[in-house]
Design a protein around this ligand. Structure first.
Ligand SMILES: [Zn+2]
Length: 66
Protein backbone atom coordinates (compact mmCIF):
# COMPACT_ATOMS: atom_id res chain seq x y z
CA UNK A 1 0.00 0.00 0.00
CA UNK A 2 2.79 2.42 0.84
CA UNK A 3 5.15 2.73 -2.07
CA UNK A 4 8.81 3.22 -1.46
CA UNK A 5 9.85 6.72 -2.45
CA UNK A 6 12.35 7.01 -5.24
CA UNK A 7 15.19 9.49 -5.37
CA UNK A 8 14.44 11.57 -8.40
CA UNK A 9 18.09 12.42 -8.86
CA UNK A 10 19.47 8.89 -8.84
CA UNK A 11 16.31 7.02 -9.81
CA UNK A 12 16.93 4.62 -6.96
CA UNK A 13 14.58 3.31 -4.32
CA UNK A 14 15.24 4.94 -1.01
CA UNK A 15 15.98 2.93 2.12
CA UNK A 16 13.74 3.28 5.14
CA UNK A 17 16.06 4.42 7.93
CA UNK A 18 13.74 5.47 10.72
CA UNK A 19 10.13 5.61 11.82
CA UNK A 20 9.06 8.03 14.51
CA UNK A 21 5.58 8.36 15.92
CA UNK A 22 4.04 11.79 15.78
CA UNK A 23 0.69 13.25 16.74
CA UNK A 24 -2.74 12.08 15.69
CA UNK A 25 -1.72 8.52 14.99
CA UNK A 26 0.67 9.49 12.33
CA UNK A 27 4.29 8.56 11.95
CA UNK A 28 7.25 10.14 10.24
CA UNK A 29 9.27 7.83 8.06
CA UNK A 30 12.70 8.81 6.91
CA UNK A 31 13.96 7.39 3.67
CA UNK A 32 17.53 7.77 2.60
CA UNK A 33 18.92 7.46 -0.87
CA UNK A 34 21.71 4.86 -0.85
CA UNK A 35 23.66 6.81 -3.42
CA UNK A 36 23.43 10.54 -2.72
CA UNK A 37 22.35 10.15 0.92
CA UNK A 38 19.60 12.68 0.67
CA UNK A 39 16.82 12.18 3.17
CA UNK A 40 13.17 12.23 2.34
CA UNK A 41 10.59 12.47 5.10
CA UNK A 42 7.12 11.14 4.72
CA UNK A 43 4.25 11.47 7.16
CA UNK A 44 1.86 8.58 7.03
CA UNK A 45 -1.11 7.52 9.06
CA UNK A 46 -0.58 4.43 11.19
CA UNK A 47 -3.76 2.65 10.40
CA UNK A 48 -4.31 -0.76 11.89
CA UNK A 49 -4.23 -3.27 9.10
CA UNK A 50 -7.55 -4.84 10.01
CA UNK A 51 -9.56 -1.68 9.44
CA UNK A 52 -11.05 -1.03 6.07
CA UNK A 53 -12.52 2.30 5.09
CA UNK A 54 -16.08 1.08 5.19
CA UNK A 55 -15.85 -0.68 8.54
CA UNK A 56 -14.85 2.22 10.68
CA UNK A 57 -18.33 2.80 12.08
CA UNK A 58 -19.20 -0.85 12.45
CA UNK A 59 -20.94 -1.26 15.82
CA UNK A 60 -20.12 -4.93 16.18
CA UNK A 61 -16.73 -4.59 17.84
CA UNK A 62 -17.73 -3.60 21.36
CA UNK A 63 -21.38 -4.56 21.25
CA UNK A 64 -20.88 -7.94 22.88
CA UNK A 65 -23.11 -7.31 25.92
CA UNK A 66 -26.78 -7.34 25.27
ZN1 LIG B 1 19.88 9.94 -4.71
Amino acid sequence: MTATPICITCKLERTLVSIRPTRNRHEVRQYECPKCRSVFRLVVQCTPTDFDDGNFNAPALKAGAR
